[in-house]
Design a protein. Structure first.
Length: 125
């Protein structure tokens, strides 16, 4: 009759479907996250020669209105030098690291397009 259409179906069952659904959901969330400011490298740390612990992260898709904030245990950390998201990276020096400095650190990046969060646990647990 000439009305045939080219169409195919993909049938996923059981675990294959769950894996494909999980991956598709992850990819969708990543795409949405990357529309605004986001971390191109999440929080990590290194120790300098003078035993200062440096929390570091790399940023992407930022603009001058983008705000960057450090937190420790959900309390905002006041720093001497304000982070500059436009530089592409931010670091938090923790000199003479001791037990009182242990905890959960968080970096938050936000502007009118959205926000992204990176968390690092230095609790030693």
């Amino acid at each position: 009759d000439g009305k045939a259409k080219s169409q195919s179906s993909l049938v996923l069952v059981g675990d294959a479907f769950k894996v494909a659904l999980k991956e598709a959901d992850f990819q969708r969330k990543e795409h949405i996250r990357k529309q605004g400011p986001h971390f191109s490298e999440y929080l990590s740390f290194y120790v300098t020669d003078d035993c200062t612990v440096m929390l570091v992260c790399k940023l992407a898709n930022v603009k001058k209105e983008t705000k960057f904030t450090w937190f420790k245990e959900e309390e905002e950390i006041t720093v001497d030098v304000q982070p500059n998201p436009m530089s592409g990276s931010c670091s938090l020096p923790i000199p003479m690291f001791s037990r009182k400095d242990q905890g959960i650190y968080k970096a938050v990046l936000s502007d009118d397009r959205g926000k992204d969060t990176s968390v690092y646990d230095i609790s030693g647990k």
